[in-house]
Design a protein around this ligand. Structure first.
Ligand code: SF4
Length: 377
């Protein structure tokens, strides 16, 4: 049993992307998911790594010379329940290869979810992957049990997908995603930058569409990294993934438009996209903290929705001055872009000076952070 768990949790990490650089988020087969309130231990595993599909980018593809294993739904549910009773996890993310067909693979995940909720009274977070092509009826049943359901789109278009995943049909995938969205408000998807020749603009345009037109609750990014890639290629893919998450956050919560975040078709790699936008638009700053609108405050590097609310609530009671501004506990970087009661809060409002100073700090803090797509930007 332990060998099977090792195999199917390891392959869940590598599923689709062949991602070998995410090891730091795992300990003892438990995945530590980054959330707004810190890292949360999640059991993330495949019910089986058998798959009838042959996606060229996936370690679990049918032509892969790989040891195969599977849990029964009863074993899978028992294992998750045991981890919950031992207080080792705060939730589970269950997925599967497509085996023996999409409907049955999802049905097995459904049976696992059913046992967890009904037999074991599992009340923790539960994320269930839906196989493309699953019937609407079954999606409805899964959605009643799961906190989150997802189907992976992977690439920027159906035709790109069919080149690398010949068994997956763009139309089928789209229909499953559409059904998912009709049934639940907690539908998510995953895109895999780098598996075809896509630009950051292609990816973000699609994400914007998924949020604004389809109303998805979240788009995840998992950069394609091949086992054969050099260290520097893997590193470049990780940086790209991180910038996409940051840009995604700015699209969803800060009202930026895709075009504002890009330099030609690419996100900046040397700094976060919001700081880059601020440095490219010096005429927009500095903003007076006492009068700037909420949307202007959100454009200040270091100020996010929480800080903007705090600022607005303080200035409704009293003028913000050098005497009370510290009570807001703003990020240091924001002061380079703010006036407080008419007085500039930084040292010297000069684009290059601020850029050099903040890039030095950014490099230091990036070493300390695994993800920076959380909290105030
Ligand atoms: S469907 Fe494709 S991506 Fe999913 S497990 Fe099978 S081969 Fe991998």
């Amino acid at each position: 049993m332990n060998k099977k768990i090792d195999l199917l949790t390891r392959l869940a990490r590598e599923e689709s992307t062949g991602n070998l650089s995410g090891e730091e988020h795992y300990r003892d087969n438990i995945y530590y998911a980054a959330t707004d309130s810190g890292y949360r231990p999640i059991f993330k595993a495949l019910l089986t790594n058998r798959c009838i599909y042959d996606c060229s980018y996936c370690v679990n593809r049918r032509s892969s010379d790989l040891h195969r294993g599977e849990f029964t739904p009863a074993e899978f549910a028992r294992k998750i329940n045991r981890l919950q009773l031992e207080k080792k996890i705060m939730g589970a993310f269950i997925s599967s290869g497509v085996y023996p067909n999409p409907e049955e693979a999802t049905a097995r995940l459904y049976r696992t979810a059913y046992l967890l909720r009904k037999k074991y009274k599992f009340s923790r977070y539960l994320h269930v992957k839906i196989m493309p092509g699953t019937s609407r009826r079954l999606i409805e049943r899964v959605s009643k049990l799961a906190d989150r359901v997802s189907v992976n789109i992977e690439t920027i278009s159906g035709s790109c997908l069919e080149q690398i995943a010949p068994d997956k049909k763009g139309g089928v995938l789209k229909k499953t995603l559409y059904d998912l969205k009709q049934i639940t408000s907690s539908a998510t998807t995953q895109l895999m930058p780098g598996v075809v020749e896509d630009t950051d603009r292609d990816i973000l345009n699609l994400s914007e569409k998924l949020y604004r037109r389809l109303g998805l609750s979240r788009v995840y990014y998992s950069s394609y990294r091949s086992r054969e890639d050099s260290y520097s290629l893997k590193k470049e893919a990780s940086v790209r993934e991180k910038r996409l998450y940051q840009a995604d956050f700015l699209l969803k919560n800060y009202n930026f438009a895709v075009g504002e975040l890009l330099i030609e078709d690419k996100l900046p790699r040397d700094m976060d996209p919001k700081l880059s936008w601020a440095l490219r638009n010096p005429e927009f700053f500095p903003r007076e903290i006492n009068t700037a609108s909420r949307s202007s405050l959100l454009r200040v590097p270091g100020i996010g929705p929480r800080s903007a609310e705090k600022i607005i609530s303080l200035r409704q009671k009293q003028k913000i001055t050098s005497h009370n501004v510290s009570s807001l506990s703003l990020y240091q970087k924001s002061r380079h872009f703010l006036l407080c009661d008419g007085i500039y809060m930084g040292h010297h409002y000069d684009r290059d000076y601020i850029k050099n100073l903040l890039l030095k700090n950014e490099k230091k803090s990036e070493k300390l952070r695994l993800f920076s797509d959380k909290g105030d930007k």
